[in-house]
Ligand binder design. Structure first.
Ligand code: SF4
Length: 356
């Protein structure tokens, strides 16, 4: 198969708890909690839910001392590495480090002057944790904004100025991000940064919006960069439940064959020829397929026009008919099944394939 993906950009590996970002590590998937950071139960439960569906690193907002103190208790209750998101108050960064967080995210646009950064870096060094310099297009440092305006170049320069400061303190456990809400600006900023720096890149589009907009814009931005070989960890920011971000991130990686993430379910859009509830069947098969890790293709097709062709090329497939479906396995038709029994028949075949 011909691939259009460029060779992955070489980046320095950075350890975050038990996870490695960059180097030869797989591109990791991360998210951010949206629970009240003071509500320990809700936060732990959301982190566990994220972990159960494949999240590999999770970020928490740390808006005050109470939230910083809660990190120690959250850490004891969860398995995922935790990132403390710090805005404005460098003392909260130091408190989060003391509480045992695995990584910090600081925003050079609002963390304060070099002396404050020095203190944060000294604490991170003492505890052996990395720092993500997370530039946000909406909160650039004033001097950079005055010099370059609200551009991709400004975002990259803001990141590189912080990199120079951290390197001058003999600190190299660095991850970088340059997120804007605009697709073009985000892509350009990451491209500039990828050329200028060896550190691993956390890809994301910030304030991407509700799922309809956020999924499309994030897929274009992150997909373009990943196709160019750029990116070591990704977050698909969506307004709403962070659990939706994980499936979206894996779909982007799946589309580009960058991570083996279990079966792929393809389904036709349906049209007037379809005589079964194909959308319902496709949804149930997609959910059930999540239990498997094998890279199978499962085709759920509405009728005999394109159905048999797609279903034959898949590891398992169904082509709908009038109140029934024809099952295909490894390219061969195996039997017709009434619609009411189709889901059970497909699940039965999946179990047999797994057993083989
Ligand atoms: Fe329509 Fe059949 Fe194509 Fe589905 S497979 S879109 S039902 S023609």
């Amino acid at each position: 198969m011909m691939t259009m993906i460029a060779k992955r950009r070489a980046s320095l590996p950075v350890k975050v708890g038990g996870l490695t970002i960059g180097g030869t590590a797989p591109i990791s998937v991360q998210s951010m909690t949206n629970t009240d950071p003071h509500d320990l139960g809700a936060t732990v439960s959301q982190i566990e839910s994220l972990a159960n569906i494949g999240c590999e690193l999770v970020r928490l907002a740390v808006p005050d001392q109470e939230a910083a103190d809660a990190i120690a208790r959250i850490k004891r209750a969860v398995t995922l590495p935790l990132v403390a998101d710090i805005q404005f108050d460098y003392r909260l960064a130091i408190a989060a480090i003391a509480a045992g967080v695995d990584k910090l995210r600081i925003n050079p646009g609002n963390i304060g002057g070099a002396q404050r950064v020095r203190e944060v870096v000294a604490a991170a060094k003492d505890h052996g944790i990395p720092i993500r310099i997370g530039v946000n297009g909406g909160s650039l440092p004033r001097d950079v904004l005055a010099r370059y305006g609200p551009t991709a170049k400004a975002m990259t320069e803001a990141a590189l100025a912080q990199v120079a400061l951290l390197e001058s303190l003999d600190f190299q456990a660095i991850v970088l991000s340059v997120k804007a809400s605009d697709v073009h600006r985000t892509i350009e900023a990451y491209r500039l940064l990828a050329e200028a720096s060896p550190y691993p890149l956390h890809l994301g589009l910030t304030e991407a919006g509700l799922p309809e907009r956020g999924l499309v814009h994030s897929s274009i931005a992150l997909g373009s960069l990943l196709l160019a070989g750029i990116g070591d960890t990704i977050r698909v920011s969506l307004t709403g439940d962070p659990l939706a971000e994980i499936g979206a991130a894996y779909e982007i990686l799946r589309a580009l064959d960058l991570r083996a993430v279990g079966p792929t379910v393809i389904s036709c859009p349906t049209c007037g020829r379809c005589q079964i509830d194909l959308a319902g069947l496709a949804k149930e098969v997609t959910e059930a397929a999540k239990a498997y890790k094998q890279p199978w293709t499962i085709a759920v097709m509405g009728c005999a026009v394109n159905g048999p062709g797609e279903a034959r090329q898949a590891d398992l497939g169904v082509a709908g008919g009038k109140g029934e479906g024809l099952l295909f396995k490894h390219g061969k038709p195996i039997r017709k099944v009434p619609y009411q029994e189709l889901l059970a028949a497909l699940l039965d075949e999946l179990a047999k394939m797994a057993a083989q």
